[in-house]
Design a protein around this ligand. Sequence first.
Ligand code: TNX
Length: 529
Amino acid sequence: AEHLETVTGRDALDRLAPPSPWAPDAPALGDVVPVPVDVRPTPGVTYALTADAVVTTTPEPSATAVGEYLADLLRPATGYPLPVSEAGPDTPAGGISLLITDTVTELADTVTGLTDHPEGYRLDVTADRVVIRARTGAGLFHGVQTLRQLLPAAIESRTTLAAPWIVPGGSIVDHPRFTYRGAMLDVARHFFPVADVRRYIDQIARYKINHLHLHLTDDQGWRIAIDSWPRLATVGGATEVGNGPGGYYTREQYREIVDYAASRHVTIVPEIDLPGHTNAALTAYDTLAPDGVTPTPYTDTEVGFSTVAVNRELTYDFVTDVLRELAELSPGPYLHIGGDEAFKLAAADYVAFMDRTQSIVAATGKTVVGWHQLAPAAHVPGRIIQYWGTATADPVVTEAVRQGARLILSPGNRTYLDMKYTSDTPLGQDWAGLIPVRTAYDWNPGAYLDDVPADAVLGVEAPLWTETIKSASDIEVMAFPRLPAVAELGWSPATAHDWAGFRDRLAAQGPRWTIAGIAFHRSPEVPWP
Ligand code: TNX
């Protein structure tokens, strides 16, 4: 195919075919966030989704599930029936096919070794059909998110519209830069019901984020039912910042979140913050408090004043029971044990406690994740350190990495979605600085920390602390459009990094959010249409 050429990032944008006059907002093939690895438009070719279209998939349950997901996405706006069936020799022409395949021959003209990437996909759009190929259901799912962005913004409508449902022709080959692409939601400072968490999962999945870290416990509330220590949730969960009612997830509700996330190819990373940030637990069980006295419930926003008693065996029974129950409920590989801001403990006591807690995690079969204050604790195989500092060098973290730790990058001055965009932003804080969209985008996770090799970086995460965040729309206004910026850093190759190109692709997301009912900050940095 002589007319096919590989274009990426800025180049892709510069070569957009002019929009079709009968579909003025139709995206060009490269108009995707995160920007794909390889984009090869076929000039003059489009696919039109019509009422008789079918969705066909290979027979694996993971493929049929993505087929159903895609049909559910497309039905409301199009009003088309879009039946889902198994792809086969009798498959009618004129539909969308989702194919799980390992065979290199089918992917032979890719340039980037798609088969090395379990989450990669290839999308081919011709005049009569759309085909997404991937090794896994996750790869198909990410390909579907790309396809979704290539349809007109009206596809986001929940009511039926008569738009021409056009997809630009050509091929995309795509795979992630980092295996870990995360968002974090603090459900402890303010509690968010299951429906809000599901909504956020749907939103992060649009941008190929594959982990949702839930900060389940803090001074202001304990949000997960633990059968062996029931008062944690019933007493410790009854408060939140500002004296609202708080709340907690029952085991069934937590499982519902885990399952829903899995259906969006998102892994839940549960966090129990230890040994500090534990006032809510101490209100439930004063036997865990260093002085054995029940503290008053805390509903303000200071940090660093609480700790569990680290010199009492009962505390380790508590840690063991909580982490065992959480591990049983969590199919993902990680347990996050917090470890930040334990200002009430001497360094040696902190390290001894975290050493023991890391072993307790290992005994559950899960991999430890902790905020980077965990770095001085002993190395345990596979452990992951989440860097939230604002400096670009940290010798203690460097030493932990030298011993084998891997890193998740969440620099507070780049990825913290609770930081204000500008001094006028009504919500949020500013202790790590203001974070306009460009600041969230213009940095390189692979080279952020000095003296840390790029291959130690597992990925990036954008945390959202909720001291000032109370509702789903508050979440959205802080996350959009900065979360897609961090998502692109996590997915797209470093060579595609380009603010001007990103800004334009991001602008095209605005109408989609508006139609989908997602609140967002209309940053003047972005040329919204
Ligand atoms: C620092 S980041 C904290 C949180 C606060 C956040 C507010 C981290 C590991 N600890 O307890 O919520 O700042 O931005």
